[in-house]
Design a binder for this molecule. Sequence first.
Ligand code: KG4
Ligand code: ZN
Length: 335
Amino acid sequence: MSILILGIETSCDETAAAVVADGREILANIVASQVEVHRHFGGVVPEVASRRHIEALNPVIATALSEAGISFSDLAAVAVTHGPGLLGSLLVGLMATKSIAFACNIPLIAVHHILAHVYACFLTAPDTTFPLIALVVSGGHTDLIYAASHSEFRLIGQTRDDAAGEAFDKAARAMGLGYPGGPAIERLAREGAPAALYLPRPMLEEQSYDTSFSGLKTAVVNHLHRERQKGNPVNLADLAAAFQAAVTEVLVTKAFAAAADFKVKTILVAGGVAANDYLRERFREEASRRHLRLVIPPPALCTDNAAMVAAAGYYHFLRGDFAPLTVNAVANLPL
Ligand code: KG4
Ligand code: ZN
């Protein structure tokens, strides 16, 4: 009999619930996005996000169960993101999950959001083996992780300022492209030439797995400012392509350097920015050149979703790693 886990994700602006069997088969994966609400404000407004989660969560859970063709009594456990993320948003998902665990008398599993992103890779390729290097590039994180087993994840590099996704969002805002910036830059970059102008690759040469993208964002702002002062029309497609290429080159370089240093044969890439097609292609090229195994989930499993939470929950379940009903949400939960 398969182990059915309900996953719940409310750490930012997506209200999501999913049912996954044995950590590998998605029976339902429902995501209610709030992006249209937050677009008006140019970014996620935490107070608005939590209120929306409260409205959306019950129907999203009900839809996930009915699409999976199961009821609460079929669940082996319920897993939820308890950090990092927006505190008010996290609490909505956590309280709902506690209620389900208590009412159904099933284990509660508390999942780290960044590890959930990593587990989207195990969902995509359940035969993935350790040791490995995982790169999670999201709106709030640029985390490079060395993992020796399902219970040994070690953070070896992170952002010193803006995360990769944050840099996409800020650069897009400077270019007048709106929120969220990642998909907007990717669309525009398709018509541009990355070599049309050169933008800095911060920390590329440094012997560190840390990243820093705020200087790159400033370079975009300065370029726009300079060209406009000269009265030149700015080719935004070229600028978007150059920006995307600069971010990608830094990420590819750091991830493959870590793989070589730690002597691993597998690289996982996940998080919202990993939905970017240009980045995916560059990682694929480099992995095939170096004969490494690369796993990048399909785009819908890169951005926030609950299937990845349920998948992570499955591996917690196998080792009996459950949380008490007193577990709290932690906005800056360390890895
Ligand atoms: O993982 P995610 O959905 O949420 C967080 O945990 O933060 O990541 C959201 C981030 C945003 O900054 C968004 O602009 C970026 O991922 N993103 C992209 C793309 N799709 C989403 N960045 C580049 N290219 C994309 N296609
Ligand atoms: Zn995320």
